[in-house]
Design a protein around this ligand. Structure first.
Ligand code: AMP
Ligand code: GLY
Length: 428
């Protein structure tokens, strides 16, 4: 089967790397891809939301399956588009329907869904411009800190944790009355602040059955020891020592199963990955957010730990045959350390030649590309997050050391990385 993978990040390079290992994958195309995915298949210069151009590429390349990496095409309805397009109905598209993607596309929708189906999450209220004054009164009564969330997709910037009531009211005003996040902020969710350790849980579901994938922890802050600005993710590790059998059993019973039965009760067609952003509050899991896709950089540590044939798993997902399938997990630890452009998550430059990618001995290590492209000067930087340098190890310390060691052979102007990924487990 020929496969079209949509996206251009480290997540997509890790997926492409895994897909090439499947005998069921004939030709692989990636739209638009990056310099790394070009080693796994053919990159097509098509934007992830240009559905008509993607459809033409499907015809030209006899595509049988589409795997959607990022949220934007899902929330814009790529699955419904192909299902409803004459002549394309038989393409197997991995991802939730437009309606089900609202679990990520609208925080108000996700909160109402969790409330209705009894999924543990932070207490909340939602407001819009019409209920602005009520919202201000509500904020004044909340304990600190207060979490404000723009309802819609805001490129990872729509969550604000406010330390004072004055700051919360000012931000609330900016969102609702001054379009701080454009349409995404027309509704605002105000949420209780949760404490504990964050982790990311992933499942693949056919809408009825599910398989649990390896868990991961993502390091979002730019600075060492989780300081500084939020980023898309500076590194990740899997597995996590605290996610033991008892905790994962609670996650299944209290979070995953009510979510999947909720999808059925609400008639939401979901055949794809669900990413549960969780808080572990002294052994009790609560949902911080749902995402309708895999995480980045979590995918770069989750995918290398899955031994199953990925295409086989995805076919069972679309065909609603996940029942009885079990995930074979590599027991080793995997860590990824992200090399970013200097200045990220603020302004940064692109087009810097990357040296050291020709490192030969990659046994047990993978260099997944994020923001890279092929130019006349060779492979150059093309984004904030540039490479996810990934390694297997016997434990977190070993895997992070191996990743950092490989990264020490790689260089581009103003390259930056966090050397302390996994720090709370490694004592670094
Ligand atoms: P998001 O953009 O939804 O991924 O949220 C960004 C980050 O904000 C999360 O990874 C958490 O660290 C934090 N966050 C979001 N909601 C809460 C909450 N209710 N309590 C504490 N932290 C939160
Ligand atoms: N690493 C978090 C995300 O993909 O949203």
């Amino acid at each position: 089967m020929n496969i079209l993978l949509i996206g251009s990040g480290g997540r997509e390079h890790a997926l492409a790397w895994k897909l090439t290992k499947s005998p069921l994958c004939n030709k692989l195309f990636i739209a638009p891809g990056n310099a790394g995915t070009a080693f796994c298949g053919t990159n097509l210069p098509i934007a992830v939301t240009d559905f008509d151009a993607l459809a033409t590429a499907c015809t030209n390349n006899e595509i049988g399956m589409i795997i959607v990496g990022p949220e934007e095409p899902l929330v814009k309805g790529i699955c419904d588009y192909f299902k409803g397009k004459k002549g394309y109905e038989n393409i197997k598209v991995i991802g939730p329907s437009k309606a089900a993607s609202q679990l990520e596309g609208s925080k108000a929708f996700a909160k109402a869904f969790m409330k209705k189906h009894g999924v543990p999450t932070a207490a909340y209220a939602q407001f819009d411009a019409a209920s602005y004054l009520e919202g201000v009164e509500y904020i004044k009564q909340q304990p600190l800190p207060i979490v404000l969330k723009a309802d819609g997709l805001a490129a990872g910037k729509g969550v604000l944790i406010c330390q004072t009531h004055i700051e919360a009211i000012a931000e609330f005003d900016l969102m609702l009355n001054q379009s701080k996040f454009g349409d995404a902020g027309k509704k605002v969710v105000i949420e209780e602040f949760l404490t504990g350790i964050e982790l990311s849980i992933f499942v693949l579901t056919d809408g009825k059955n599910y398989v649990l994938l390896p868990e991961a922890k993502d390091y979002k802050r730019v600075g060492q020891a989780d300081t500084g600005l939020n980023t898309g993710g500076m590194g990740a590790v899997s597995p996590l020592p605290f996610a033991d059998a008892a905790f994962l059993q609670k996650v299944k019973e209290k979070i995953i199963e009510p979510t999947i039965s909720g999808l059925q009760i609400d008639n939401l067609d979901y055949r794809g990955f669900i990413f549960f952003g969780l808080m572990n509050d002294e052994g009790e899991p609560k949902v911080i957010e749902y995402n309708c896709r895999l995480g980045d950089p979590e995918t770069e540590v989750v995918i290398p730990r899955i031994k199953n044939d990925l295409v086989e798993l995805l076919l069972a997902t679309v065909d609603k045959k996940l029942q009885g399938i079990s995930i074979q997990t590599d027991e080793r630890t995997v860590a990824t350390v992200v090399a970013v452009s200097g200045g990220y998550p603020g302004d940064y430059e692109k087009g810097k030649p990357i040296k050291g990618l020709e490192e030969k001995d990659l046994q047990g290590k993978m260099i997944f590309h994020s923001g890279t492209k092929i130019s006349e000067a060779g492979i150059v930087t093309n984004g904030g997050r540039v490479l996810a340098v990934t390694a297997y190890g016997n434990n977190i310390t070993d895997a992070v050391n191996q990743s950092n060691n490989l990264l020490s052979f790689i260089n581009f102007e103003k390259m930056y990385h966090r050397p302390d990924i996994g720090y709370e487990f490694t004592g670094m």
